[in-house]
Each structure stands twice: as structure tokens, then as C-alpha cells.
Design a protein around this ligand. Structure first.
Ligand code: TEU
Ligand code: CA
Length: 564
């Protein structure tokens, strides 16, 4: 046992409300559905649940386009349903983290509607990023920025009289106008929103696009490097007045905002009781690590997602590097590292790791629509998870990964809903494949997702045999592996352990010991090579991701051996 605050080692389960459990049978997951299934999460042994957005929204970006931050979308339920969910979770010992989307609102938000109804230069327009176009007739966008979802990051309005008007900035979909964080009303609104949810009892916020809120003065042109992260070779490319860093990401001014928020949260725990900490988690795609960890200083956020595993190839050397870099970065600021293998924006790891070609584009399935090898992917996914859940720090589980779910890799084009699919001109497959509803009962319509006969996205047939009821209590199933992993992780305090590398198994193996001060813990050995690896003689196996064969660790298998 130890006295570290809960969030330094928590296992946090991401629920994508649309797709987890449908209470009323309309084919879309909802809050009453989530509440009814919370005992499942308690049995699984997670510390907290993170709910993707459930606020009022036209759902152009599946709820990441918020029209009202203080109410629930009718598709998902009511504020009473949210209160019931929070109360029930707390009753079961599960903390609740909600998603906060401060970079942009929906174009349906009353503020944006008010901005549209007023003239250029109005206080209403000043809450967003409106600007005049370039060129004699203003027909060119104010700068050359591109939307993350594809196409220009600017859209032109019509004037009241039908003539072309100002442009507004949207780093994502055109229905997601960026807020102007230099405007004090914007800051005030969000501190009110924080208080609104803190008063309802939530334990923290996952902050969407946390690196995007402040834009560089003068909104200078930017010659895009490789996506949001940028690459070091291109750093030195000079393009006239090209600024050193992307002018829309990771501007120094964002930190002031989070320092203020941290104060708000601390105000809810005046005694500083570590069990009562409410937390901020940054979704910040920032490089290099020195800049990324600036978001998790002691007076800012508690955690930032570490996406290192998402783009890491299934190679011992690469995994080793991701873990080393992450732990070094965390050490710089005394923050816990975090670990993520899947989320609602990327191909699930059971599919990703089954692609022989290696790394996928985050939004796509493979390159050129290569189909993953499911058996291989699922085997490696288990090995990856057994490795991840021994690491010190906080781990995130994306709904359904505990079942070993792969993506739906053959969704008919006409059912796809993700705007990245539309905006890419259908060159990217979009993110729908990882957002397919959960299978709970193999024998039911929609595999028990809800009492109805439809689900908003069709489920692939492979979800039947992987349904919860087919795995519950079945030795060797993915679900039981996760349950055992979480119980053992808790029992041995692995999340707060020290990690010491063991490089004695050769270049195709990732191995380390993680132990507490008394020297009790596990020896983790992951075999990514083609040949089996002999285990130390007399070792006590705590668990393994696949069956051991004659005292040897087969390929694509991770084992925990007892230490101490
Ligand atoms: O994601 C931000 C983000 O960087 C992603 O758009 C990512 O680049 C993309 O999905 C490629 O994988 C957050 C949310 O997680 C995402 O679902 C939203 O669409 C986005 O913000 C806009 O709010
Ligand atoms: Ca529903």
C-alpha cells in the first residue's frame, strides 16, 4: 500500500456514450444505459471512467461540437440521468471524468448564432475568430491554415444582404468555430462550466485539443509540416516569415488558462486530501517532450495523454524507446506518465497490430485498405496490454478493448458518419470503425447493445463470439485476462512502482522489473521475436497473455513473473 494520489496510478476506462449501452433501444447509447452497466466496470476493476461528450450537440463531430455545455443532449438523456450516473459510479467506487471541449463550440451554440446575427466588429463576433479575407474583394482566406479534418481552416459567411462577408476560423470541421481565448467572456464561461460540473460531483476533465486554444499574434501563414506534430527535419525549413512553431498549436499563452483552472479545481479540495483530488487531463499533441510535459506541471494539469504507443510499430526497440522517453519526460516534471493503446480517434490496437505493413495512419485502416490479420492482431493486442498494465503511471482503456475487439474494417461507405471521412474526400476511412457499439450478449439483436433491433453503426459478426457474456468467467478470455491484470496491478501497486530494465534477453524482447520499495512486484517479459524465449528457471508465473509452451515464452507473448 502507498499514499500516492489516486490519479498517479489510476486505470481509466473510456466510455464513448453513443456506443457503450443503449438504454431505450433507439440504437444510440445513452446515460441510463451507461448507469445500468456500471457494475460491469466495478467488476472489471477500473478506478475511473472517462465519458466522451454527452452535451447538447448537432453531432456533426459525434458531440465534440458542443451547443450547450451545461445540458445533456436529448439523445443521451437528461441532467437527472447524469446526476444518477455520477452518484451510482461513486457508490461503486468509480470516479467520473467528463470531456471538456474548449477550443471550439458547435456552430449551433447560442454564441455563434449571436455572432452571425451581428455585424463585423461586434462584441458577439469577438468571442470567435472572425477576420476579413485577403485580396481586393476579401475572397481569399485570411491565412493559409488547414483544418485537421482536411481543407481550409476558414469558412466565409454571407453578409446580411447576401453579399460575401467575413471569414471564421475552424481548426476542425466548419461546424466547429474556434473560440477567441483572448476574450475574457470566453474564459469566464469556461470557469463557470468547470464549476457547473464540479458542483455535480465530477472528479475531473479530459481537455480536448488542450494545445489549440491560443493562436499566434497576427495569425501568420504556416506551411504545414507533417500533420499536427511536425517533424524535426522540416523544423528548419524557412518560408519567408514562417514562425518557429505552428501558430495554431502549443502557444505559450495556453498555460495561463490551465493554471487558472487548476486553482478552480483545488478550491474543491481545500484540505488537499489526495483521495479528493479532481483532475485535469490534457489531450495535447505536442512535441518535443519538453514542451509536452509543460502541460503537467504541479500548478497545471495532472496528466497528459501519452500517445507514444499509438504510432509505435510492433518492434521491441520501438516499444522500449517509447517507454524510456515517456518515463524520462514524466520525471522532468514529477508527473505520472500515462499509457494509451486505443481511443475513439484511432484504429483499435487489436486491428492495428494485425497489419503486417506496420504503422497505420491514425484515422485509416491500414494503407491502401489492407485488411488486418485479426488472429495476429488480437494476440499482439493481449501482449501489448499485459506490457502496458505493468508500467508505472496511469493507464487508459478504450471501451471494448477488454473484449479484444477489433475495428469494424468493412463498414459500408453509406453508414459512415465521421466528418473526417467526408472532409478527406473519402480518401481516409474515417474513425467510425473503432466506434462501433459494444457487444454484451451474443444471442441478442445488436448483441445486447440495447433492447431495440438496431444500432447506429452495424456490428461485425466477429463481435458475437467476443460479446461480454461469452467471455465472462471463461478462463483465458480477454475479459478475464483484463480482470486479472487489474486486480494484480492493484494488489502489487504496480502503477506506483519503479521500473528497472532487464536487457538480458536480446534485441527482440522488452523486459523490465517493476517493484515497490519492499522489492515486491513483477518481472515483465514481452517476446516480439520470431523464436520462443527460455524463461528463468524456477520463476513463478503470475499471468501471461497466451499459454506458455514447455517453460518457454512463445512469440508475441508477454508474461509477468513474480518478484519478491
Ligand atoms: O481530437 C483532436 C485531434 O487531434 C484528433 O482530431 C486527431 O488528430 C484525429 O482524430 C486523428 O486521429 C479531439 C477528439 O478526440 C476528436 O474526436 C475530435 O474530433 C477533435 O478533438 C475535435 O474536437
Ligand atoms: Ca438510446
Amino acid at each position: 500500500s502507498h499514499d500516492a494520489p489516486w490519479w498517479r496510478h489510476a486505470v481509466i476506462y473510456q466510455v464513448y456514450p453513443r456506443s457503450w449501452a443503449d438504454g431505450n433501444g433507439d440504437g444510440i447509447g445513452d446515460l441510463p444505459g451507461i448507469t445500468s452497466r456500471l457494475p460491469y466496470l466495478a467488476d472489471l476493476g477500473v478506478d475511473a471512467v472517462w465519458l466522451s461528450p454527452f452535451y447538447v450537440s448537432p453531432m456533426n463531430d459525434a458531440g465534440y461540437d458542443v451547443a450547450d455545455y451545461r445540458d445533456i443532449d436529448p439523445l443521451f438523456g437528461t441532467l437527472d440521468d447524469a446526476d444518477a450516473l455520477i452518484a451510482q459510479a461513486h457508490e461503486l467506487g468509480i470516479r467520473v471524468i467528463v470531456d471538456l471541449v474548449p477550443n471550439h463550440t458547435s456552430s449551433q451554440h447560442e454564441w455563434f448564432q449571436a455572432a452571425l446575427a451581428t455585424a463585423p466588429g461586434s462584441p458577439e463576433r469577438d468571442r470567435y475568430m472572425f477576420a476579413e479575407g485577403k485580396g481586393a474583394d476579401g475572397s481569399q482566406p485570411p491565412n493559409n491554415w488547414q483544418s485537421v479534418f482536411g481543407g481550409p481552416a476558414w469558412t466565409r459567411l454571407e453578409g446580411a444582404d447576401g453579399t460575401p462577408g467575413q471569414w471564421y476560423l475552424h481548426l476542425f470541421d466548419s461546424t466547429q468555430p474556434d473560440l477567441n481565448w483572448e476574450n475574457p467572456q470566453v474564459r469566464e464561461m469556461f470557469t463557470d462550466v468547470l464549476a457547473f460540473w464540479l458542483d455535480r460531483g465530477v472528479d475531473g476533465f479530459r481537455v480536448d485539443v488542450a494545445h489549440g486554444l491560443i493562436k499566434a499574434d497576427g495569425l501568420p501563414d504556416w506551411h504545414e509540416r507533417t500533420g499536427m506534430l511536425g517533424s524535426h527535419e522540416e523544423e528548419h525549413r524557412t518560408e519567408g516569415a514562417q514562425p518557429a512553431r505552428a501558430p495554431m498549436w502549443d502557444q505559450d499563452g495556453v498555460h495561463e488558462i490551465y493554471r487558472e483552472w487548476r486553482q478552480v479545481l483545488e478550491g474543491y479540495n481545500p484540505e488537499g486530501d489526495p483521495a479528493k483530488d479532481r483532475i485535469l487531463v490534457a489531450e495535447a499533441w505536442v512535441e518535443p517532450v519538453e514542451r509536452a510535459v509543460a502541460y503537467v506541471r504541479p500548478d497545471e494539469m495532472h496528466q497528459a495523454f501519452n500517445f507514444g504507443f499509438l504510432e509505435c510499430a510492433w518492434r521491441a526497440e520501438d516499444l522500449h524507446q517509447v517507454v524510456t522517453d515517456s518515463l524520462d519526460a514524466a520525471d522532468l516534471v514529477g508527473a505520472p506518465s500515462t499509457w494509451v493503446l486505443s481511443n475513439h480517434d484511432v484504429v483499435r490496437h487489436a486491428s492495428r497490430l494485425g497489419l503486417e505493413v506496420g504503422v497505420t495512419r491514425p484515422n485509416g485502416i491500414g494503407v491502401g485498405d489492407v485488411q488486418p490479420n485479426n488472429a495476429l492482431g488480437m494476440r499482439r493486442a493481449r501482449a501489448a496490454t499485459v506490457l502496458m498494465l505493468a508500467l508505472p503511471g496511469s493507464a487508459y482503456i478504450y471501451q471494448g478493448e477488454e473484449l479484444g475487439l477489433p475495428d469494424h474494417t468493412a463498414l459500408p461507405d453509406e453508414v459512415r458518419q465521421d466528418p473526417t471521412w467526408e472532409r478527406s474526400g473519402h480518401t481516409e476511412r474515417g474513425r467510425d470503425g473503432c466506434r462501433v457499439p459494444m457487444p454484451w450478449e451474443a444471442g441478442q439483436p445488436t448483441y445486447g447493445f440495447g433492447p431495440g433491433h438496431q444500432s447506429w453503426l452495424p456490428q461485425p459478426e466477429i463481435y458475437g463470439p467476443l460479446a461480454v457474456d461469452r467471455q465472462q468467467g471463461v478462463a483465458g478470455s480477454s475479459l478475464e485476462l483484463y480482470r486479472t491484470l487489474l486486480a494484480t496491478r492493484r494488489e502489487l501497486d504496480l502503477g506506483v512502482g519503479e521500473l528497472v530494465w532487464d536487457d538480458g534477453f536480446g534485441p527482440d524482447v522488452v523486459a523490465f522489473r517493476t517493484t515497490d520499495q519492499a522489492g515486491v512486484g513483477v518481472h515483465v517479459i514481452a517476446n516480439l521475436g520470431a523464436e520462443p524465449v527460455a524463461l528463468p528457471t524456477g520463476a513463478e508465473v503470475v499471468l501471461s497473455s497466451a499459454a506458455l509452451v514447455g517453460g518457454e515464452l512463445p512469440t508475441d507473448t508477454t508474461v509477468w513473473l513474480r518478484v519478491g
